[in-house]
Ligand binder design. Structure first.
Ligand code: CAA
Length: 415
């Protein structure tokens, strides 16, 4: 019996609250008739709890559209709520949830209406705030996918540094024969550089990738919100901060979501699509579609600190630091062991340097505050490195020293 079957097994039993519904209650036989479709959904990897209003269940499976059955999926969504476990904070945060409230089914827009796109601005022009480690990659990916991009930085120096990275990646791709020079030129031409927020006014989607500092992000959104056209969608690339906190300071919390890319954005396949409690279904769907249009896998996740990947990845990276502190292995031994033993492309300490120790430190703080668990706390070594200004690869020193031809272990951390 596979996971889907085990879950589906529950469908054979009466569902609390459903059996005593009169005429409108779904017939068990009707549900069972849809079993292959349910299996299809689960097999495709959707494991999040569903809300009763979640008519998108059949559409948001690993960012793929599953065909048809809108009506029966509505019904299934109602039936599946008690089967898939606690809804946690969704229950308090959203209105049409649980209770097998059949009223909501009639209120749901038809799937065809959802796809008509009439209510949302079509995304053609994308603003990217921040040309740093993530921002330049997000801008490049969007431009490569055919979008007009406005890349904004606080000053020319940072802007040129970000554009320099893009130019380098494109030149490398041309050199390898993966891209024609004319295409690379076209990508560069699609990216408008600016230090002025007013150039974002006509963007259909604005993605922020500035420093992981809530106060800075809020200040930025307050300003940008007054400039960018009201129908545009806003997205944050935050790694760990609550999306709702940012959405709430704008005049468009329903048009606000998280689009969390991974470093290097040009290479990593995933975009976590984060739904704040205020995000409308249409905007959430537009986020998934945008990720797909950028050649990414958009995976839906809840607005919980660290979302999916950092929730699992960060404690692993921190444990590697603790293992180093305990002398389990040297820096390179720990890294080489995880590469050779677990098939990871990078060892955890090299990855921590790559992500940026300052970014990791900020993520830890948010996650520790949210979960109050030791596994999210900054180990003493990380705290000392941050105090020393060793932020990893970006600053030239972290667990490795990047000043030479190839990275060497940071000798100050040995022994
Ligand atoms: N920018 C753009 N492209 C890059 C790149 C970069 N910084 N680094 C590598 N690439 C491209 C290369 O051009 C190359 O492309 P082609 O295959 O088209 O030639 C490809 O990636 C492979 O690169 P390399 O051969 O040079 O090196 P590699 O095989 O060692 O791969 C890597 C490099 C892709 C970074 C790989 O080591 C890797 O996947 N590491 C793990 C990265 C990871 O886990 N990222 C997630 C971090 S967590 C995060 O980002 C979330 C957060 O919130 C903190």
């Amino acid at each position: 019996m596979d996971l889907a079957d085990r879950r589906l097994g529950h469908l054979l039993e009466p569902i609390p609250g459903v059996e005593d519904r009169p005429a409108k209650a779904p017939q068990l036989g009707g549900v069972l008739a849809q079993r292959p479709k349910v299996r299809e959904i689960h097999a495709a990897g959707e494991h999040r709890p569903l809300a009763a209003h979640d008519h998108a269940a059949n559409r948001l499976v690993s960012g793929r559209l599953l065909e048809g059955g809108a009506q029966c999926e509505h019904k299934l969504a109602v039936d599946r709520v008690p089967l898939l476990g606690a809804l946690q904070d969704d229950v308090t945060d959203r209105s049409a949830v649980l209770g097998c409230d059949y009223g909501h089914v009639d209120r749901l827009p038809a799937l065809d209406d959802q796809k008509s796109g009439g209510r949302l601005v079509q995304i053609k022009k994308v603003g990217v705030l921040g040309a740093g480690l993530m921002g330049h990659g997000i801008a490049q990916v969007a431009a490569q996918s055919g979008y007009e991009v406005v890349l904004r930085e606080v000053d020319d120096e940072r802007l040129e540094k970000g554009m320099g990275r893009i130019d380098k990646q494109l030149a490398r791709a041309v050199e390898k024969g993966k891209v024609e020079q004319s295409d690379a030129d076209a990508v560069q031409e699609r990216i408008q550089r600016t230090t002025d927020y007013s150039d974002l006014a006509e963007c259909d989607l604005v993605i922020e990738a500035i420093t992981e500092d809530l106060a800075l992000k809020l200040e930025m959104w307050r300003e940008v919100d007054g400039i960018v056209k009201p129908e545009a969608i806003f997205a944050t690339n935050t790694s760990s901060l609550a999306v709702i906190n940012q959405a709430a300071v704008t005049s468009r919390p329903d048009r606000f979501l998280g689009l969390h890319y991974f470093n290097p954005a040009q290479v990593m396949k995933l975009v976590e699509v984060v739904r704040a409690v205020t995000t409308s279904d249409e905007v959430f769907e537009a986020g998934v579609e945008f990720a797909q249009a950028n050649g990414k896998l958009g995976i839906a996740t809840k607005d919980k600190a660290g979302f999916i990947v950092n929730r699992l990845l960060v404690p692993y990276l921190l444990d590697a630091i603790r293992a180093l502190e305990e002398g389990v292995g040297s820096i390179s031994e720990i890294d080489e062991a995880m590469k050779a033993g677990a098939g990871h492309p990078m060892g955890p300490l090299a990855l921590a340097d790559f992500v940026g120790l300052d970014t990791m430190g900020a993520i830890c703080e948010v996650m520790y505050e949210e979960f109050a668990e030791r596994r999210f706390a900054q180990p003493p070594t990380l705290r000392k490195m941050l105090a020393a200004g060793w932020y990893g690869k970006k600053s030239g020193k972290g667990f490795y020293d990047y000043s030479g031809e190839s990275p060497a272990e940071n000798s100050a951390l040995s022994g």
